[in-house]
Each structure stands twice: as C-alpha cells, then as structure tokens.
Design a protein around this ligand. Structure first.
Ligand code: C2E
Ligand code: MG
Ligand code: MG
Ligand code: MG
Length: 279
C-alpha cells in the first residue's frame, strides 16, 4: 500500500543521507590530513598575450596528490573545502605558495610574470581576506603589482557592499582583481563598473563552441568590445584550437589560456618556458 511505499522511501533516503554524511566526514578528514602532510601542490597554466604570443602570466591551480592515489582535481574537493571552511587554511596555503613562487622566480632572474590566484566565495566574503593578503605579502616579499586575485561574478552579487570594501582595500595595496568565468553568472558588464577590477576572463563554455555557434561568437565579441570600452583587460579561457585562437585574435582579445598553448604544468616546466622565451 501507499503507507508501505512511503516507509520504503523514508528509509531509502535516510540511508542515502547517512552515506553522504559519512562520505562528507571522511573527505573532510582526508583534506585536513592532506594539508598537514603536504599533499597539496600548485600547477601553473601560462597566460599568453595574443598579440605577441609571449607568456605574460600564470594561473596557479591547486592539485591534491594523495600518497596512495592519483592526482585529485580541484572540482572534486573545492566545493567540500568551501562547505567545511577548510578552504580558508587551504586558500592561505595557496596564496603563500604562489607568492613564494613569484619571489623564487624573481630571485632566479626569470622575467617577471603575473601570478593569478583563485579565491573562493567563502574566502573572499567570510574572512578578512585583505588583511591576510597584506600579511602574506609582507611575509613573502611578493610584489603586489604582479599579483592578481580571481573571483567569480556570483561573489560580487552575493554581497556587493562587502565585496566593494574588500576589493577597494586590495586595489589600494596594488593587487589586481579579475572576474573569473565571466558570463556564467547573472551580472551585466554595466554592473561591474562600480567594482575596481582590472580583467575579465571569458568562461570556457563560450570559447568552446565559438567557431560553430553564432550566438557564442556574438557573446564573446560583445564581451571583448564592451570590456575594452570600460578599459578592462580580456582573457579567454579554455582555448583549445587554432581556429578559436584566430577568432580571438581577429576580435582583439588581449590574452588567452588553454590547452592549445599549454595545460597547467609543474613550476619547473614554467621555469623552462620562461628561460626559453628570455633567451
Ligand atoms: P578556473 O579558475 O576557471 O580555472 C580554469 C580551469 O580550466 C582549470 O581547471 C584549467 O585546468 C582548465 N583549463 C584550462 N585550459 C583548458 C582547456 O583548454 N580546455 C579545458 N577543457 N580545460 C582547460 P582545474 O585546474 O581543474 O580547476 C578547476 C577550478 O577549480 C578552477 O576554475 C577554480 O575555480 C577552482 N580552483 C583551482 N585552484 C583553486 C584554488 O587554489 N583555490 C580556489 N578557491 N579554487 C581553485
Ligand atoms: Mg581561475
Ligand atoms: Mg575560469
Ligand atoms: Mg571555471
């Protein structure tokens, strides 16, 4: 009868929720241990100037390498790290490691490149990120004018007042700000005007079908034109083909990152790349 079915549903859902809660706890513990054991590392993806073809920056991308398994993608653990608050210590580790890397490359005599670091919503809104960044800049000797922090549109729209405050303080330190995954949220370019941002990163989903889908081509084109009219730098994400690159070049996109140039790689590979370029 219907009563029995309801009962079955009830027990089915509780069992599933119990499993989820268990998996959640297990992962939380694993992430905490990962931080203590030093299982996190950063890979860097080159950001290329479309006009000159030169590497002008790198984006730091978090990787988790457990002792007993293959590399785990951030998409698999960042959401949970956000939910549990572990993103704050993990994010601090990312910021510090990227800043130290910038100093190490400078000391090794490599040409200066901009390092971009992703900040999650919770990191940006839930703590005094400006104070943490200031502390880490002082501690590492990182040059703030060669540091970019990436946040998504949703962070700005969630709490525009707090975001404006924080962005103002970061901008005062000389740190640049970029809007990541642009186009996937609900903000208009016009609404971005009130924030002190430097760059827009066009989301990979628009770049992907650029050469097949007329709507995507129109969107990318419009974003480039409007961003430029607002004096913003535009970076295309996820460029995989030379056709996509040709379109972006033709439409005046400033920079790009994507597999067509390089995947995210270990810091040694970036060093080799920069050495080759400066030779
Ligand atoms: P994101 O910041 O938008 O980073 C770009 C993602 O696109 C990276 O994935 C990169 O490997 C991938 N990608 C770059 N070029 C191509 C391409 O040509 N084709 C394809 N298919 N993919 C490309 P990844 O490293 O897996 O990172 C995923 C997301 O995880 C990032 O998206 C970012 O939102 C988040 N993330 C990564 N590192 C951190 C971090 O240190 N802190 C925080 N809060 N989030 C991070
Ligand atoms: Mg990013
Ligand atoms: Mg992105
Ligand atoms: Mg993304």
């Amino acid at each position: 009868g219907s009563k029995g079915q309801g009962g079955n549903h009830y027990s089915f859902y509780t069992a599933e929720m119990g499993e989820q809660a268990y998996e959640h706890l297990r992962m939380e513990g694993a992430l905490q241990r990962a931080l203590q054991r030093g299982e996190f590392l950063l890979h860097y993806q080159p950001v290329v100037d479309i006009g000159s073809g030169r590497v002008t920056g790198v984006e730091a991308l978090l990787r988790w390498q457990p002792q007993d398994r293959g590399m785990v993608s951030p998409a698999e653990f960042i959401p949970l790290a956000e939910e549990t608050g572990l993103i704050v210590p993990i994010g601090d580790w990312v910021l510090q490691t990227a800043m130290r890397q910038q100093v190490a490359w400078r000391q090794a005599g490599l040409p200066l490149v901009r390092i971009s670091v992703n900040l999650s919503a919770r990191q940006f809104l839930g703590q005094d990120v400006a104070q943490r960044v200031a502390g880490l800049l002082a501690q590492t000797g990182c040059d703030p004018s060669w540091l970019t922090l990436e946040i998504t549109e949703s962070v700005l729209m969630e709490n525009p007042v707090a975001a404006t405050e924080t962005m103002g303080r970061l901008a005062e330190m000389g740190v640049q700000l970029a809007i990541d995954d642009f186009g996937t949220g609900y903000s208009s370019l016009a609404s971005l005007k009130r924030f002190p941002i430097h760059s827009l990163k066009i989301d990979r989903s628009f770049v992907m079908d650029l050469t097949q889908d007329a709507d995507d081509a129109a969107i990318v084109n419009a974003v480039i034109a409007l961003a430029h009219s607002m004096k913003l730098n535009v970076i295309a994400e996820g460029v995989e083909t030379t056709e996509q690159l040709a379109f972006l070049q033709e439409h005046g996109c400033d920079q790009m990152q994507g597999y067509c140039f390089s995947r995210p790689v270990a810091p040694e590979r970036i060093e080799a790349m920069l050495r080759r370029e400066s030779a």
